[in-house]
Design a protein around this ligand. Sequence first.
Ligand code: UD1
Length: 427
Amino acid sequence: MGVSSPLVEAFEVTGGNRLSGTVSVTGAKNSVLKLMAAALLAPGTTTITAVPEILDVSVMAELLRRLGCEVDHDLVTATLRIDVPEQLHHQADYDLVRRMRASICVLGPLVARCNRAEVAVPGGDAIGSRGLDLHISGLNRLGVEVHNEHGYLIATAHDRMQGASIWLDFPSIGATENLLTASVLAKGTTVIDNAPREPEIVDLCNMLVAMGAQIGGIGSATLEIHGVDRLQPTTHATVPDRIVAGTWAVAAAITQGDVMIANARAGDLEIALDKLVMAGAHIDVGSDGFRVMMEDRPKAVDVVTLPYPGFPTDLQPQFIALNSIASGAAMVTENLFEARFRFVQELRRLGADVRTDGHHALVRGCEGLSGAPVEATDVRAGAGLVLAGLVAEGVTTVFDVTHIDRGYANFVEDLTGLGGDIRRIDA
Ligand code: UD1
């Protein structure tokens, strides 16, 4: 997959089919991008497996190439080989950073390796303003000077970084990733308190440990990092994508279907699956995944997004879609991204009854939705709209599907395999 501008494409979804069968989940977008950046920490060849074939991986691969790496993505084996040179370039350009905010995660590895990083400031995006203050204040604590010049964050470590105690005001995933990847090569001990506990953070820590990093408290809210002089390349398998697995779980529930979601970890999705049970689904957990069965119209369920192990914000639009056709009414509270309800206007075009007020959305379930053209405003909103389209009467055309391609590999093929009526069209 290249990174040139893709055609303007849309998904045409015809509602009414009940989903059934098996779908297999690949590695997590929100992990693999950070694993790729972490590869920069060790000269030599790092191999990452279970790599999803998504647009964001291509953008990150291009960014690594511009930093001096050779990157080979074998689509057949879903494997990335990243050859990292001794001397890296240290600039991440705006044209890539603006396409993918997660580019910011090269900041930590670049300061650690080069003592200097210049990364374009990502700017706002469709789901909210997303600050960088915690990234910057944390790096400052490690002795890194950071300033903003001509749209770039310029980070400079005059000497080797020095370990420090860092207390995060909010368990930011992005900030923690940068602090982890910087502090593994710092001098002395760094403690990150109020750290996020997401499975993707655990995955990154596990890869860093395999590279020779010393990290204690993995999976807890306190990470303790003892800096080492040098790291070695490794081979690492990306954790399965819990958000993709959760999306297919909601797809099964909303269509009153019966879907086996393979290569997925139910334990990473406990609250979301509990909510589906409250909505009326039966869930069987097996060793390699879980099966979601729904026989009746779902019941509306309240949702409050919170850092892990709370309900994930990345499944909020999918649950609004589910509630929009459920019996009863539900309150959905979004605590992470203020603009994430923007997609509700699109859902209303299908006839959904949703009222938002600040970070609350009141969803009154209706008997049925009616297909219409809608626009995917971000990756998860796009998924939520397709789920609504699967049960709407007639045809729903979802425009701007590049957003969906950023996060879901084989989206159309997977849904078609389950019996969904969806096709990609040039719009
Ligand atoms: C990551 C995920 C995204 C997910 C989000 C929350 C990736 C590529 N993206 O985003 O899919 O929705 O976690 O689970 O992994 N904040 C600040 N200052 C900072 C950093 C963050 O105020 O310096 C705020 C943000 O504005 C936001 C909240 O903290 O309100 C969460 O942000 P963060 O956890 O950093 O999310 P991302 O890493 O951007």
